[in-house]
Write a protein that binds this ligand. Structure first.
Ligand code: ZN
Length: 166
């Protein structure tokens, strides 16, 4: 199914309640058409003393990508983790740094989600264990996964890294 603003807004409200303690103000939600990009979170930073840490937050979703219910959920929660990190002024080492990964992995384990970083080339049912490994996360999921995983499937190529969704 194609993304539409009405559905996305309701998903945002739903996941905000379920996964983020309902702390995130409703952002602008817009469709975009950028080759290789499935979704994106954008915002402007306010100064350190400002009451609100960021403004003009927008979650973009591809208008052409064929989502299913799970990918739409996983991609939305992925973008909302970016939002949560920015909203709470959490410092991370990179846009998909350790804090981001910790949250994504926690959600994957706790709620059975499949949040990934390499969303340009979705690997259904194949979690990004390559990143998991280089970032040094060991999770329950990862332990059982290593018994069936062939590492080379997950190595990031240049063409894939162009498609990393922010
Ligand atoms: Zn991202």
């Amino acid at each position: 199914m194609k993304a539409d603003v009405n559905t996305l807004t309701h998903l945002f409200w739903d996941y905000n309640k379920k996964y983020f303690g309902n702390v995130l103000p409703t952002p602008y939600i817009e469709l975009f058409d950028m080759p290789g990009k499935i979704a994106r979170f954008e915002y402007h930073k306010n100064g350190n003393k400002a009451k609100k840490p960021i403004r003009d937050q927008i979650i973009y979703f591809s208008k052409t990508y064929e989502f299913n219910e799970n990918t739409m959920r996983d991609v939305m929660v992925h973008e909302m983790i970016h939002y949560y990190i920015a909203w709470n002024r959490i410092k991370d080492n990179g846009s998909h740094g350790r804090k981001f990964w910790r949250m994504a992995m926690d959600f994957n384990e706790k709620y059975g989600l499949n949040i990934q970083i390499l969303l340009g080339t979705p690997l259904p049912d194949k979690p990004p264990c390559f990143f998991n490994k280089i970032l040094g996360f060991v999770t329950r999921w990862y332990g059982s996964h290593t018994t069936t995983c062939k590492d080379e499937e997950y190595k990031v190529t240049r063409s894939q890294s162009n498609k990393v969704t922010k």
